[in-house]
Design a protein around this ligand. Structure first.
Ligand code: ZN
Length: 221
């Protein structure tokens, strides 16, 4: 399976994910709003925590399937759109250009440690969420958005080859819909605008085009 449909070629080709039949593969019409809404009697932080945990788990396993096609050779930079790279910001606020698999590994390890931290994601009843929970969740969201954007931008050919475009679209549409409902997405990120924070992984995300397309098609609001 070496070199099966090179990611470089994929990047050069037109952005297939924006076109039919792929753009609306397996998307459930109109149901996202219903499934993201806060159920009665559930606290908002709990609902966000549960969903973000699920998104993380699903993106992680999805990327796991693609990981053999995402190497430091195929993806020497964490590119998330045409001519757009994400830089990793380390603890000393130094910007590091990383290969995509390294960047994604950092993202996944960091999020994993966060969701396993009882202080941040309390599982026992009677424990409160920390005041900085919203800002931490926004950062998780932003980093997972980068992973989605990289998959769409660099590996959509492989996704098609694996016949997983429906699964990916459904997962991503759910992610966007949920993020919008709970204010977890920065519109600047989606539109590919200027980096808006100095947190890890700043950089524009061009995947907003796909959201715009879904809005045009009436799939998402
Ligand atoms: Zn890659």
């Amino acid at each position: 399976m070496q070199n099966q449909i090179g990611t470089q070629d994929a990047a050069k080709q037109s952005r297939l994910y924006l076109y039919r039949p792929f753009v609306n593969a397996a998307l459930v019409n109109g149901n996202f709003k219903t499934i993201v809404m806060l159920p009665k009697f559930v606290a908002v932080n709990e609902w966000v925590a549960i969903n973000v945990y699920d998104f993380f788990t699903n993106v992680n396993s999805f990327y796991g399937v693609l990981s053999e096609f995402c190497t430091s050779q195929t993806c020497p930079r964490m590119n998330i759109g045409p001519g757009r790279d994400c830089l990793w910001i380390d603890q000393n606020r130094k910007q590091l250009p990383l290969a995509a698999p390294t960047y994604i590994d950092y993202v996944m390890s960091w999020v994993q440690s966060l969701v396993e931290n009882e202080e941040v994601f309390p599982t026992k009843s009677g424990r409160d969420f920390l005041p900085n929970f919203p800002s931490q969740i926004k950062l998780v969201y932003r980093l997972l958005l980068h992973v989605f954007a990289h998959i769409y931008h660099a590996h959509f050919q492989t996704v098609l080859h694996l016949k997983s475009e429906g699964h990916l679209n459904s997962l991503f549409a759910h992610f966007l819909s949920f993020g919008r409902e709970f204010g977890l997405l920065d519109s600047k990120d989606l539109k590919g605008g200027v980096p808006s924070s100095s947190a890890a992984g700043t950089g524009p995300v061009a995947i907003g085009d796909l959201w715009e397309k879904w809005k045009e098609l009436g799939i998402l609001e």
